[in-house]
Design a protein around this ligand. Sequence first.
Ligand SMILES: Cc1cc2nc3c(=O)[nH]c(=O)nc-3n(C[C@H](O)[C@H](O)[C@H](O)COP(=O)(O)O)c2cc1C
Length: 222
Amino acid sequence: MDVIEALKSRHSTRAYQPKAVDKETILKIMEGANSTPSWANTQPWEVFVAVGKTLDSIRSRYREHFTNQVPLNPDIPRPQQWPEAHQERTREMGAAHLKLLGIDRDDQEARAIMVERNLNFFGAPAVIFLCLDKDLSQWSLYDLGSFSQSIMLAAQHYGLNTIPAIMLVAYPDVIRTELKIPAHLNIAMGIALGYGDSDHIESKFITTRRPVAEFVRISGIE
Ligand SMILES: Cc1cc2nc3c(=O)[nH]c(=O)nc-3n(C[C@H](O)[C@H](O)[C@H](O)COP(=O)(O)O)c2cc1C
């Protein structure tokens, strides 16, 4: 698959087939992503992948936390506020998603089920947890973002689907214990990985983008 095709065909996948992802494929994806550039070649990423029984165990502890209404507590906290233009895009995306699923925005029960689906890792057979040393600066988040995209494009190449989701790292205490992640690492982001269920309603959700002309300014040529 060429890069443009991978870029255009990638969408956040929120429903997966139960089919397992083999270790060899996960390692090939990581080999590809390992070429990601980083500031002064610091390569700050530390990666923990949960599959099989390990993932089952994390899932079940997440379910308990959700049932007991344990507050979500990601290592890198959610921003409290967005500038208005960005907030508006979030609202548009959220409204389009709820509309597709036929959910009223005031339907708290249905919205709780959406949260639960996040915390169930959307049924994915593998979850990649991306960590950064706590002493690193914001600069390394740029590197981790690039690394994430590399993973997602490589996954497309190997016929797999993904979703990057902060909700996957909502309970870092659980992930830290189950995967024996050292205390000096922040669990920054999760990427679910698997074979998407293209028949599922969630797979029909395709987000829009701003036109390129709205955000690109090229100076010096016509
Ligand atoms: C940093 C980050 C965090 C995200 N967290 C979530 C999440 O917790 N739950 C979710 O359903 N989607 C999450 N997403 C997916 C975005 O909603 C999605 O990437 C965006 O709407 C664009 O859609 P696309 O990925 O299908 O192109 C996240 C994406 C990023 C990059």
